[in-house]
Structure formats: structure tokens, C-alpha cells
Design a protein around this ligand. Structure first.
Ligand code: SIN
Ligand code: FE2
Length: 216
């Protein structure tokens, strides 16, 4: 797999990269099969907001040494076990590690892969990925399934936003100045991809959690 050099950043945010069609159809199917295996061992669950306990509209799981979880009692955090099964997260598919090596420009592999499943109607409010110790590592995300309306803003929630459509196989990198930018998913467009038989969208978010030198 090679980096698509034709795909330069579509918008001028330093450190933000949108690589449309980074994974071809065959790689998307391979990756989807591997993610289904992960989910068979580590099922999707409904996370809840810190304090209010309000459920997220996406369902989540993880793979890799650490997983991002949220619930009313414990808030946002990384942990090594699934919050419901108590089992360690399954290992990260090699294909994802390969994508990270190609686009992340970071010397260590990702420690966490958050799996978000957007059923029709699910969305994700504007937020920053701020629970990681090392903000020098980028966040790399891979989209599978239906098209999604993605927005990216700046360092304040109320600032101006740009909107792009993320399609199946697209890769996004939030690095540099964009690493702490607000972003979210306004909606998923049903029936726009044949990849997921059940419909909807899967987003895989790769992150480094611990600072360089603090890894176990
Ligand atoms: C996220 O920010 O955690 C998910 C973004 C996406 O679904 O593309
Ligand atoms: Fe995010």
C-alpha cells in the first residue's frame, strides 16, 4: 500500500490531513473482517457521559493495549480491559499498524484503537481528543461504511468550522496545530456505502496514549 501523494490537505489547517480513498475496496473488506473478529471478542457497548450518565449515540469498543472508555462513575479514561467483559482488548490488526507507520510520522506504534459504530442517526458532538499524555503523536482515523459529515474547527469550540465528507476507506490525520482542534460528526448518510451489510459507519481512531519515555 502506498501513500496517495495526490491527496494533499484539502483545507489549510496545519497538521490536518484528509487522504480520500486511502484504503481500496479490497483493503476495506479485509480490515472490516478483522474488526468483526475484534468485536466478536470485545463487543460494542453503550458508553455514558461523565457526571450526567447520558448515553452516547455511538457504540464503542477498542483494540490494542489500551482502550478509551467513558462512563458516569469513572469519566473519560484509558484502560487495558473492556468495561463490561473485564477482558483485555484484542490486539490491533496489522493493517492498522501499517497505516499508522505510513501516515503518523511518529516513532512508536499506536497504543489504542477506538472503534466507534454509528448506527443510522448516530453522531458525535464537537470535542477535542485531550485524554492522551503525548500530544506530539497525531490522531489517525480510518472510516468504513456510510459517508459521514465531519467538521473540524480550531482550539475553541465556538470557532469557525470547515466541513468535509468522510467516505469509506478515507484516512484522516490530526497532527501538529490540528492535534487539539475541535472536531465531530454531524450526521451519517444512510445507504451511501455497500460495505456494512447492517448499514451505518465504523470509525477507527488510532492514538498514542503515554508520553515518549513513559511507555511500559
Ligand atoms: C472521533 O472523533 O472520535 C470520531 C471521528 C469520526 O467518527 O470520524
Ligand atoms: Fe475525536
Amino acid at each position: 500500500m502506498s501513500i496517495c501523494h495526490a491527496a494533499r490537505p484539502r483545507i489549510g489547517r496545519e497538521g490536518f490531513l484528509h487522504l480520500p480513498g486511502y484504503l481500496d475496496a479490497s483493503r476495506q473488506s479485509t480490515l472490516l473482517g478483522q474488526i468483526r473478529d475484534v468485536l466478536a471478542a470485545s463487543p460494542l457497548y453503550v458508553p455514558t457521559m461523565p457526571r450526567t450518565g447520558k448515553p452516547f449515540s455511538v457504540r464503542m469498543s477498542n483494540c490494542g493495549p489500551l482502550g478509551w472508555v467513558s462512563d458516569q462513575a469513572g469519566g473519560y479514561r484509558y484502560q487495558a480491559e473492556h468495561p463490561l467483559t473485564g477482558k483485555p482488548w484484542p490486539s490491533m490488526p496489522e493493517l492498522l499498524l501499517e497505516v499508522w507507520r505510513q501516515v503518523a510520522d511518529y516513532p512508536l506504534p499506536p497504543e489504542a484503537c477506538l472503534i466507534n459504530y454509528y448506527a443510522p442517526g448516530a453522531k458525535m458532538g464537537s470535542h477535542r481528543d485531550a485524554d492522551e499524555e503525548d500530544a506530539r503523536a497525531p490522531v489517525v482515523s480510518v472510516s468504513l461504511g456510510d459517508d459521514a459529515a465531519f467538521h473540524i474547527g480550531g482550539l475553541v469550540r465556538a470557532g469557525p468550522k470547515e466541513r468535509i465528507v468522510l467516505r469509506s476507506g478515507d484516512v484522516v490525520v490530526l497532527g501538529g496545530a490540528a492535534r487539539m482542534a475541535y472536531h465531530g460528526i454531524d450526521r451519517v448518510h444512510p445507504g451511501t456505502s455497500p460495505l456494512l451489510a447492517e448499514g451505518g459507519r465504523i470509525n477507527l481512531t488510532l492514538r498514542r496514549v503515554r508520553a515518549l519515555g513513559a511507555e511500559r
